[in-house]
Structure formats: structure tokens, C-alpha cells
Design a protein around this ligand. Structure first.
Ligand code: NAD
Length: 248
């Protein structure tokens, strides 16, 4: 059977890498777009993934020209999945202490990067006259809540849900479905330092009904479902995968 292709920004680590493993296990090839690519080949090899199944591109999602070059080079592939996973969570500051450049950098990566990749993906979807495709935007529980000290992260993750809802309507009749996932606290390199902190661990026990952090694979499972035919009538949705956090 011919392999389908998924593009994953931020595919070199954490949730993005778990998505890569999930899609590869379901007969996809994966194109990684990440600005940190050192060590990815070794990770693929220890996960038992053939390098023939993965194409690695080093690019900054906040730079439209860099992303456009990558998309131009993969134009003929006819990718049917885009997962916008590249993201950063800047250190916490009360709003009056925010560095303006740090704010802009987070908006550029978490929001503009998702827009740029989605725009280029939609252009290729139309040019290649594909019958269906899926975009997944990785938002956060912070796309539905505010948190002290995290204004820019929360603002970008709210915005990604708006991007999802509008883009879903732009392409609904063409079977290009667009959905957002809201991970709760997930064990990845992004959260590894926090996980050492007793106060943070206590947070699971008090705020998360399932009383544990999530696994990156649990986000990847949801992403795979949303891109599959099983989710053929699902578009414009925000799906929390958070151990019940938003249910409280
Ligand atoms: P991670 O740090 O393990 O992975 C992020 C990946 O994105 C890295 O490979 C990094 O190199 C890449 N990246 C960052 N900026 C980039 C840029 N400008 N251009 C290209 N690549 C870039 O983190 P993660 O926890 O796997 O996070 C993945 C996504 O999930 C992020 O959008 C994050 O906001 C979101 N998220 C994570 C959690 C969590 O608890 N881990 C919770 C909610 C949402």
C-alpha cells in the first residue's frame, strides 16, 4: 500500500516526536520541520524507525521564507496531514515585567508559525487537488484559561483556537479538516524541569482529576484519530486531552 505523508513542525521532540512515531506506525512517511535537528537521527534509530520514512528539514517556523523554501522542496509529495506542534513556553513574568521582544518571539513561533505552515499547506492541498486532508493545531489547556505570569503563552494558545475555527470554515466543503488539541500537563522536555518541583507535582493532585501528568503518546493518539476517516465529520473542534482539567 502506498504510504501517505504527514508534515510535523516541532517533530524532533516531545509531542511532535510522539506524533511521528504514531503516524509511522500507521504507514505514513513523516516530514519533520524543526529548528533543532541535532540528535533526531539517533532518536529515530533507537525508536526502530527507518530513515527512509522520515525527511528532516531544519527551519524556523517563525520565518515565512524558510518555511516556504521547505514547502517548495516537498511540493510534489502531496502531504495530507499537517501537525503544527512547534512551540515555546517562555519563562513566567507578570505583565509589566514582560520583555517586548520575548513577547513577539512567542507570538511569532506559537501563532504566526502555525499560520504560515497552514497557509503553505492549504496552497499545496489546492494545487495538488487532493480529495481530503487534515490540519492539527496543538493549542493547550492555556488556550481556554489564563495563568498568572503566562500571558503570552495563553494569548497565543487562545489565538490558535481562533485560527482553527476560521480555517476549518474556509476549507470545510473541500474536506480539508482543521482541528485543535488542548494538551494538559504532558511529560516532555518542555516540562521536565517543572516535573522535579514538589509544588508543581502537588498541582496534579489538586487540579487534575486524573491526578497525573499525561504522556506525549496520549496526545499523538488523539492527533491520529482526528486525521483518520473515523473523524470524517469533525472539523473546527477543540479537543482537550488533559486528564479532566477543563471539566472542573
Ligand atoms: P518540546 O520542547 O519537547 O518540543 C517542541 C519542539 O518544537 C522542539 O523540537 C523544538 O525544537 C521545536 N521548535 C520550537 N520552536 C521552533 C521554531 N521556531 N521553529 C521550529 N521548531 C521549533 O515541547 P512539547 O511539550 O512537545 O510541546 C509541543 C507543543 O505542545 C507546543 O506547541 C506546546 O506549547 C504544546 N503543549 C505542550 C504541553 C506540555 O505539557 N508539554 C501542554 C500544552 C501544550
Amino acid at each position: 500500500m502506498d504510504k501517505k505523508t504527514a508534515i510535523i513542525t516541532g517533530g524532533g521532540s516531545g509531542i511532535g516526536f510522539a506524533c511521528l512515531e504514531k503516524f509511522i506506525s500507521h504507514n505514513y512517511r513523516v516530514i519533520i520541520i524543526d529548528y533543532r535537528i541535532e540528535g533526531i537521527k539517533e532518536k529515530l534509530s533507537s525508536a526502530g524507525i527507518s530513515k527512509e520514512d522520515v525527511d528532516i528539514h531544519q527551519a524556523n517556523v517563525a520565518d515565512f521564507n524558510e518555511l516556504e523554501s521547505v514547502f517548495t522542496s516537498i511540493h510534489g509529495v502531496g502531504a495530507t496531514v499537517l501537525i503544527n506542534c512547534a512551540g515555546i513556553s517562555p519563562s513566567t513574568n507578570a505583565l509589566h515585567e514582560y520583555d517586548v521582544d520575548e513577547w513577539k518571539r512567542c507570538v511569532d513561533i506559537n501563532l504566526n508559525g502555525s499560520f504560515y505552515a497552514s497557509k503553505l499547506f492549504a496552497q499545496q492541498f489546492l494545487a495538488n487537488k487532493l480529495e481530503s486532508a487534515s490540519v492539527i493545531n496543538i493549542s493547550s489547556i492555556m488556550g481556554k484559561r489564563g495563568t498568572p505570569g503566562h500571558a503570552v503563552y495563553s494569548a497565543t494558545k487562545h489565538a490558535v483556537i481562533g485560527l482553527t475555527k476560521s480555517m476549518a470554515q474556509d476549507y470545510a466543503t473541500l474536506n480539508l479538516r482543521v482541528n485543535a488539541i488542548g494538551p494538559g500537563v504532558i511529560e516532555t522536555p518542555m516540562t521536565s524541569d517543572w516535573m522535579q518541583d514538589d509544588g508543581f507535582k502537588n498541582y496534579f493532585l489538586t487540579k487534575i482529576p486524573m491526578q497525573r501528568a499525561g504522556k506525549a503518546a496520549e496526545i499523538a493518539n488523539t492527533a491520529y484519530f482526528l486525521c483518520s476517516e473515523e473523524a470524517s465529520y469533525l472539523t473546527g473542534a477543540y479537543i482537550p486531552v488533559d486528564g479532566g482539567f477543563l471539566a472542573v
